[in-house]
Structure formats: structure tokens, C-alpha cells
Design a protein around this ligand. Structure first.
Ligand code: BGC
Length: 410
């Protein structure tokens, strides 16, 4: 059975989380809104983006607050996913809810996530559970977060609590979401908390994340041998002309470093690879030259074909692959349906050529809190009205549903 569905993460949809991100948001909201005012994109902020709460010019946009109130409305959201033909759903457990104080575990919150899993199962939807999708409990952040070696042990202890509680209900576990993006944004470019610029901390963070994954992997497999464990890895299609030796060399360095380094570090502790695919990077005597194609609301080039190349490259690991994220910010829903259709076409081409792809989970089920950009980028199959919390299924979501129905038995 091929897995079709969508994904979310706790901090981006639940609402009322208290962690290092929620604290950072409060301190930075005004400044982020000011920056958006001072540096609008080329041509200015489009009208369809720059009104209401979720406007980049409004400080409220940058505070996750009630988010989508998914913490209370998950049944309603899963009902919509089911009506769209989804048979799989990826979500994350919020560490700061489970362990708000170091070593103190909140049983009620564990029960909450048990109910979330039950709600999925009751609708015939396979849960894909992410243990960590970026925010840290405040105590862990105060201790220095992932750049400290001991964080790997703390993560493993948290993971153990969850796994014991859900071992019979969950088969697919994603220990970490995009460790390489996290390490880069938090410790190199300083875009996200704790906003550091330190190469040393960057490398330490990557090493400790890999350690944390390995510990968690062993715990999960000890508790349930049949569990399938992986990470969600952001891989980029580095596109270079094979004729040019400089470009080819740059591509090979980039592939090794960005796409494979972390996967190689954990290669004996993975049962599947979760692929988050968003970017092509065209190499032409340097990195990052794009061809000025159609872009999404966040300015990202739309290049569905990239997924084919990335999948083909991942085949080297001889593991099943699940696409755990792929999507675009598209407030008007102008490109999403076509983008999904083409992406799936390229995925199927890779599958036909022997790549063991077993699922496609679109990012995201709902519009949500897009980290430092706030609410304005609209990634959802379902549109959110953040004032009323009303949900409306987008046209592209229905088209995706039709595609799922057509392809059900691939
Ligand atoms: C992250 C998501 C994020 C998405 C779109 C991925 O890097 O895992 O949390 O919302 O990209 O930017």
C-alpha cells in the first residue's frame, strides 16, 4: 500500500506551546515586522498577503500564539484529511509539553498524543510520528541545547517515555526533523533561536543530533523490533552541467556535504529515509543561480522535476523512502494543484525505475506558523482563517484527492 497524505508539526499548528521558540517570537515580533516593512520583496508585498493578522507587516504574524488550535481540533482536521482520501499523516510530539521541567514527565500530555494516534487509526490513517521538530523545552535551551553533548541523552530519555506509551500503536517513527537545516539556521546563519554564528557550535550540534538519533533508534527497536525508524532529511537537487568540470566538482562536494553527510553518520540506524524536498540549486560557476522560473509566495523556484533526481540519488542507501514533506507557499492556490501533479509524476518515474518510494506526504495539511516568517506563507491543503479558526479545503486539495483515488493501487 502506498502512503498518501500530508504533514504538520506541533509548534506550527497546535497553539499555546511554551518553548524556546515561543519566547523568541515574543522578543522578536516587532523587529521582524519592521524589517518586512523596510525590506519588501521586489515589487512590494502583494495585497493578498499583506492584510489581517497573517500579514508580514503585522507583529502578530510572528507570534505562534493559538496557531491553528490543532491541539483541540485535531479530530476535525483528521476528518478532513480522511475525506480527501489520505491514508497517512505525519505530525510531531512537542517535547516541551511532555517534559516541561527537566526529568518531570506529564502523563496527561502523553495521553493527549495517544488520543491523537487513536483518532488517526480510527479513520484508517497511518501515523508517522516525529519526536523532535525543532523547538526545545525551556530548561533544555537554557542548558545550551543541542550543542551540548548531554542533550542527546536527554532526548533519548524523552523518546523512551513516548515509545513506551505508544509502542503498540505506532510503527513509523521519525526521530529528528531536518537536523542539517536546524543546525544551519540556529548556529551558522543565526536566523532562528538561539541565533548563533559559530562554526564550532554548528558541528557540535550536528554531531549531537546524530548521537541523539542513534540512542533513540536503539530504544525504539528494543521496544518494538518491527518499528520503522528514520529521520526527515532535507535534500537539495544540485543541478550542474556534466560537461563543466568546475560545476561537476562543486556538485559533488555539495551532494556529499549537504545530502549525504548526516545520512552516512547514521547509516546503520535507519530503516527508511524520510525525504523533505523543496529546493533545486543550480550550479553555474558557483551556487544558487536560478533560472528565473515561476516562484512561490516565499520566492522559492517551483521545480517539481528535482524530486526525481534526489530520489534517484537516495537509492544508493537501499532503503525504503517516504517523502515526508514537499509543498509550496501559495496563498491564491494558483500553482499548488499543478505542482503536486507534476511532483507525483516525477516521483512515479523514479519508482518505475526501481527506487523504493513508499509514500508522499504533502507539506502541509493546514496553513500554519512558518517559523521566523510567521503565518503569512500559506502552505496548506486547507486554508486557515486565523481570526475565526475556520478551515476551508482548497481546490488543490480536492485535485490531490482525485489523484490519490486514481493512483490508489500503485
Ligand atoms: C520544515 C517545516 C517548514 C517547511 C516549509 C521544512 O524545512 O520541516 O517545518 O514549515 O520546511 O518551509
Amino acid at each position: 500500500m502506498f502512503f498518501w497524505g500530508a504533514a504538520t508539526s506541533a509548534h506550527q499548528v497546535e497553539g499555546e506551546n511554551k518553548n524556546d521558540w515561543s519566547e523568541w517570537e515574543k522578543k522578536n515580533a516587532a523587529q521582524l515586522a519592521e524589517k518586512a516593512k523596510q525590506n519588501p520583496p521586489k515589487g512590494g508585498w502583494p495585497v493578498y498577503i499583506s492584510v489581517g493578522i497573517a500579514s508580514p507587516l503585522n507583529p502578530e504574524n510572528y507570534i505562534s500564539g493559538a496557531a491553528c488550535d490543532h491541539y483541540n481540533r485535531y479530530e476535525e482536521d483528521f476528518e478532513m484529511a480522511k475525506s480527501l482520501g489520505h491514508n497517512a499523516h505525519r505530525f510531531s510530539i512537542e517535547w516541551s509539553r511532555i517534559e516541561p521541567e527537566q526529568g518531570k514527565f506529564d502523563e496527561q500530555e502523553i495521553e493527549h498524543y495517544r488520543n491523537v494516534v487513536k483518532a488517526l487509526r480510527a479513520r484508517g490513517i497511518e501515523p508517522f510520528v516525529t519526536l523532535w521538530h525543532w523547538p526545545l523545552p525551556l530548561w533544555a535551551a537554557r542548558m545550551g541545547g543541542w550543542k551540548k553533548r548531554r542533550m542527546a541523552k536527554y532526548f533519548a530519555r524523552y523518546a523512551e517515555h513516548i515509545i513506551r506509551a505508544l509502542r503498540n500503536e505506532v510503527t513509523y517513527w521519525i526521530t529528528l526533523n531536518e537536523p542539517e537545516i536546524y543546525a544551519k539556521n540556529s548556529y551558522l546563519t543565526g536566523k532562528c533561536p538561539p541565533q548563533k554564528h559559530s562554526i564550532l557550535a554548528y558541528f557540535k550540534t550536528l554531531r549531537n543530533l546524530a548521537r541523539g538519533h542513534r540512542y533513540a533508534y536503539r530504544i525504539i527497536k528494543k521496544t518494538n523490533q518491527n518499528a520503522m525508524v528514520g529521520i526527515a532529511k532535507n535534500n537539495i537537487y544540485f543541478d550542474a552541467s556534466p560537461k563543466n568540470i568546475i560545476d561537476r566538482t562543486l556538485k559533488s562536494i555539495a551532494d556529499r556535504w549537504w545530502n549525504r553527510h548526516f545520512l552516512d553518520k547514521i547509516k546503520d540506524t535507519q530503516d527508511f529515509i524520510g525525504l523533505n524536498f523543496y529546493f533545486r540549486n543550480r550550479i553555474h560557476y558557483g551556487f544558487g543561480k536560478e533560472e528565473n522560473r515561476t516562484v512561490s509566495d516565499t520566492g522559492w523556484e517551483l521545480y517539481p522535476e528535482g524530486i526525481y533526481h534526489v530520489l534517484k540519488d537516495l537509492a544508493r542507501y537501499r532503503l525504503p523512502i517516504i517523502v515526508t514533506e514537499n509543498g509550496i507557499a501559495d496563498a491564491r492556490d494558483a500553482h499548488r494543484a499543478q505542482f503536486i501533479k507534476e511532483t507525483i509524476g516525477h516521483l512515479l518515474r523514479a519508482k518505475k525505475e526501481g527506487v523504493d518510494v513508499r509514500g508522499y506526504l504533502h507539506w502541509a495539511l493546514l496553513d500554519n506558523f512558518e517559523w521566523a516568517k510567521g503565518f503569512w506563507p500559506r502552505f496548506g491543503l486547507i486554508e486557515m482563517n486565523y481570526r475565526t479558526m475556520e478551515r476551508r479545503i482548497r481546490k488543490s486539495a480536492h485535485e490531490y484527492a482525485r489523484l490519490i483515488a486514481e493512483l490508489k493501487d500503485i
